[in-house]
Design a protein around this ligand. Structure first.
Ligand SMILES: [Zn+2]
Length: 184
């Protein structure tokens, strides 16, 4: 196989995008470009985030509790730069309320703020219509593909492959493995 590779592997040409997490201080947020949440139970395990694959899960086997996080594609209100915002379970009631009223999260302005100065205090989530027509907003970034890259998943289903197609995983399970290199 030729070692020269004129293009990066699929997925690697997507630019790094910011992960917006709520922290004490000013509210953070943006305009949602996806219709609904991408969510997963995850562990911080062996120094990095992994998706919980219960009932066959190494972290669960070691009595670690999985925590749910949700993710939305957004654009920054001022700059329109795409980002991904991280949600916690406390965000769900206002999101369900908004979905019941508007049928989609696309076009909503979402803001997250910690209830107080403690780093782990409750996340307060608010949504309101941004005023932008859904038709003029940019297409959302592929949240699953970005998460797969951040978490170094190579897997399955609708996660975009990061390599030339020779997946180490073929039986539908998600597992953390380093993505293959082009010259491998
Ligand atoms: Zn688990």
């Amino acid at each position: 196989m030729d070692a020269w590779t004129p293009r990066p592997n699929r997925g690697e040409h997507t630019t790094q995008i910011e992960m917006v997490r709520s922290k004490p201080g000013p509210a953070r947020g943006g305009i949602v470009t996806t219709d609904d949440i991408v969510g997963a139970y995850t562990h911080f395990w062996k120094g990095r985030t992994t998706i919980c694959t219960f009932p066959e899960c190494d972290a669960c086997d070691h009595h670690r509790t999985p925590r749910w996080y949700g993710y939305l594609a957004i654009i920054a209100e001022a700059t329109k730069v795409p980002a991904i915002i991280e949600l916690t379970p406390t965000c769900i009631p206002p999101i369900e309320e908004y979905l019941a009223e508007y049928g989609t999260l696309r076009g909503a302005t979402v803001t997250l703020q910690r209830a107080n100065k403690k780093i782990n205090s409750r996340v307060l989530c608010t949504l309101r219509p941004s005023g932008y027509d859904k038709g003029v907003l940019p297409q959302p970034v592929n949240v699953r593909a970005h998460l797969a890259k951040i978490w170094e998943l190579t897997a399955v289903q609708d996660v975009i492959p990061l390599d030339h197609g020779h997946h180490p995983i073929t039986n539908g399970r998600i597992r953390n493995v380093a993505p293959p290199r082009p010259s491998a």
